[in-house]
Design a protein around this ligand. Structure first.
Ligand code: NOJ
Length: 551
């Protein structure tokens, strides 16, 4: 039997702060802007907010390189604005979670400055290795962003490990002092009143002893030795026992390359160390492992991932449901159709919002923001994109390489939020820090507010419905017609209700297929993407939710 916890009844909204809303006119999204928009977020039916990092940071990885864990960046409004937002969130009966990024810090963090100078007790806060006489790197590991995972630090004369950018040195979590720092950070924010944490690449924090060469992985070398490393469960249990258990909070762990079986070692409600997990399987419906290895979108692959997690966690652990975040291009451009913009946006919403778990919506998803496609590669900001462009496929024609970025880059989904048709999409009265997508006059919040049938208002209706239906929150899940590459059909069932969710991912009319025993003439059609519905046919990207109330 699953535990009842407050986060299970919620829908979260993810804010990527620098592109959400600028409140002070300096061109950068900030917490003053968030404060202005709390009612908007609440109006969606969202009752939780996850902030991507808002801490002081040089910005080498847009805030995921933290220089001070116990403060708020001045460009976001500092602690003053943060406390106002936190109060505003709680006054509205909502919850707020922070991003905890402790696999690495910024190289401009005071700990690193001291560690590279061997000032105690910081000497072993990071993972250092001496130079070898033969000039070889300490091992063959790759970083996720910028070539090899080792950089020689001129000050200390040794190599440090960085699994991400050069400016993101990895912390040495085997050092108890570092773990104590993590616990202090958790306590600091929880004491201030935050309600939990999204834990960045937390499955990477324990590296295999001796840091051996990786002979298994062809790409991302090293992953075999640091993902789900030897002490991971021990360290997470320590954070839980010593801090988290003393608060009514929850944790959400980011976990690249994870199966449900492995996930249960972290999130099983009986003895797990965390509450929910961000898995990547449903992100590979149109790529192999990473957005940089794109393939044709396969609904079948997406459904397989959805169902696998629904079935395997049932009764044991709780799913986190998402389609978009700041690390992946936009879903209408990937899995839907820009031509059938509203229809495919609605179908995508129905496909995941009625599954079992806690849904997360990424800013702009609710209005169907699409991929940004700049004219020149110089316009990209993201460290991963810039490295990729300057180091991969150099022999291919530039247009082809640029097009690849349109499909693969994280910047495709990081442009400013499109609030209105006003200058800069209503995001800022100043000069925006980043490019606004050219389509903001057609796709924006203000336009959709005024249209009852807009994607935005559809999200509102779908969320409201989700919350009113016991079968969605706690019922069982079952998938039908799993071989279809055009329809996604699933049911949810509780003692009192039975639901059938039918989603077409086809740009042509499709025959409405119904599983045996679902008589739609006895059901109520409680949500639909199209005005007129036919008993036999589905229009392109049409979706429906049917309800049977049991006597
Ligand atoms: C995962 C985060 O979501 C991503 O944005 C970041 O670049 C890496 N972890 C490194 O912190």
């Amino acid at each position: 039997m699953e535990h009842k916890r407050w986060y299970k009844d919620m829908v979260f909204y993810q804010i990527w702060p620098r592109s959400f809303k600028d409140g002070n006119g300096d061109g950068m999204g900030d917490l003053w802007g968030v404060l202005e928009k709390l009612d908007y977020i609440k109006s969606l039916g969202c009752d939780g907010i996850w902030f991507s990092p808002v801490y002081p940071s040089p910005g080498a990885d847009c805030g995921y390189d933290i220089a001070d864990y116990k403060d708020i960046a001045p460009e976001f409004g500092g602690m003053e604005a943060f406390k106002k937002v936190l109060d505003g969130v709680h006054e509205r009966g909502m919850k707020l979670i922070m991003d905890l990024v402790v696999n690495h810090t910024s190289d401009e963090h005071e700990w690193f400055e001291k560690s590279r100078r061997k000032i105690e007790p910081y000497t072993d806060y990071y993972i250092w290795r001496p130079k070898k006489p033969n000039g070889k790197l300490p091992n063959n590991w790759d970083s996720n962003f910028e070539g090899k995972a080792w950089t020689l630090d001129k000050v200390r004369g040794e190599y440090y490990l960085h699994l991400f950018a050069v400016k993101q040195p990895d912390l040495n979590m085997d050092n108890p002092l570092v773990r104590q720092e993590v616990k202090d950070i958790l306590k600091f924010w929880l004491d201030m009143g935050v309600d939990g944490f999204r834990e960045d690449v937390i499955t990477y924090i324990s590296k295999k002893e001796g840091l051996p060469n990786d002979r298994v992985f062809p790409i991302y070398k090293g992953m075999w030795h640091y993902n789900h490393g030897p002490h991971i469960h021990e360290y997470l249990a320590e954070f839980k026992r010593d801090v988290l258990d003393n608060y009514d909070c929850f944790t959400l762990a980011e976990a690249p390359l994870i199966s449900p079986k492995r996930a249960l070692e972290y999130i099983d409600e009986k003895n797990g160390q965390i509450d929910m997990m961000i898995q990547f399987e449903s992100q590979t419906a149109d790529c192999l492992f990473t957005d940089y290895l794109p393939t044709k979108f396969s609904l079948r692959r997406m459904k397989k991932a959805f169902s696998k997690w629904q079935y395997r966690l049932a009764g044991k652990a709780w799913n986190m449901l998402y389609l978009e975040n700041h690390d992946h291009p936009r879903i209408i451009s990937r899995y839907g159709s820009e031509k059938f913009h509203d229809e495919s946006g609605k179908t995508l919403a129905v496909a995941y919002l009625f599954q079992k778990g806690t849904p997360f919506i990424y800013q702009g998803q609710e209005i169907g923001m699409t991929n940004w496609r700049p004219e020149s590669p110089d316009m990209y900001e993201d460290v991963q994109t810039v490295y990729y462009y300057t180091h991969s496929n150099l022999k291919q024609p530039p247009e082809k390489r640029l097009k690849k970025l349109w499909r693969s880059s994280r910047d495709s989904a990081r442009t400013p939020m499109q609030w209105s048709s006003d200058k800069n999409a209503g995001f800022t009265s100043g000069e925006p820090w980043f490019y606004v997508n050219d389509n903001y006059k057609e796709i924006n919040v203000a336009l959709q507010e005024n249209d009852e049938n807009s994607l935005l208002n559809f999200y509102r209706r779908a969320i409201k419905l989700r919350k009113s239906l016991n079968a969605v929150r706690y019922g069982t899940y079952k998938e039908y017609f799993r071989h279809s590459n055009r329809l996604y059909v699933y049911s949810r069932e509780s003692d009192a209700q039975r639901l059938l969710i039918v989603c077409s991912f086809s740009d042509k009319p499709e025959k409405l297929m119904l599983p045996k025993g679902f008589d739609i003439f006895k059901a109520k059609l409680i949500l639909k993407t199209h005005q007129n519905t036919d008993e036999k046919l589905l229009q392109p990207y049409e979706s429906r939710v049917y309800l049977w109330e049991k006597q």
